[in-house]
Design a protein around this ligand. Sequence first.
Ligand SMILES: C[S@@+](CC[C@H](N)C(=O)[O-])C[C@H]1O[C@@H](n2cnc3c(N)ncnc32)[C@H](O)[C@@H]1O
Length: 220
Amino acid sequence: MSRKSIQLDEQVYRYLLSVSLREAEILKECREETAKHPMARMQIAPEQGQFISFLITLLHVKKALEIGVYTGYSSLAIALALPDDGHLDACDIDPEITTIAKRYWSKANVAEKISLHIAPAIKTLDRLIEDKQNETYDFAFIDAHKPEYIDYYERVLQLIRPGGLIMVDNVLWSGNPADETIQDEDTVAIRLLNEHLHADDRIMLSMLPVADGITLAFKH
Ligand SMILES: C[S@@+](CC[C@H](N)C(=O)[O-])C[C@H]1O[C@@H](n2cnc3c(N)ncnc32)[C@H](O)[C@@H]1O
């Protein structure tokens, strides 16, 4: 029995990409522009974007939610995989950085599928709940302010339909949650979220060591 996931050194990672990545030209362009940005490491990895597109297609997702847009790579991966009548509600707090995302959405002809909500995500999620959007979303991706992860998750769980899927990013946070001597705010928040989800019988759970760690939570 194989007990642990393989460590991807640079050579193995390059190999993985060389035999599996099928990145749309527009995603590549967005990734290359983002790479010049000082906070480029915030963008998801391209194989993760491909996995998101894969899940959107596999699950026939029509209505999606994203918390944390940045320069738009993950939202683009979602929107490109949605059907023509699909829709993405994308939440971010930063009106400036998301102008880059909006430019790529237009260039990819997916802008009409996306509503950008510029506000603290908790406020946007509360408004969607007030607007009776509960149990209407098929898929949600959580990738914003780590100390608020449980607050996002609890709201998103209300918004997602039974049988819908939530993906949470950065759940392994460079390995820091496994080291109890590390007690910074982000690490503690992710540790608490992981424990919260592990104990949550409203969902089926799978944590994968993809990129910085992702958790898939399937709502019963
Ligand atoms: C890790 S980045 C998202 C990366 C994006 N998913 C991608 O793959 O390119 C996190 C984003 O969350 C946004 N953010 C931070 N705090 C937020 C909050 N309270 N509400 C909404 N968005 C927030 C930041 O502005 C930033 O764009």
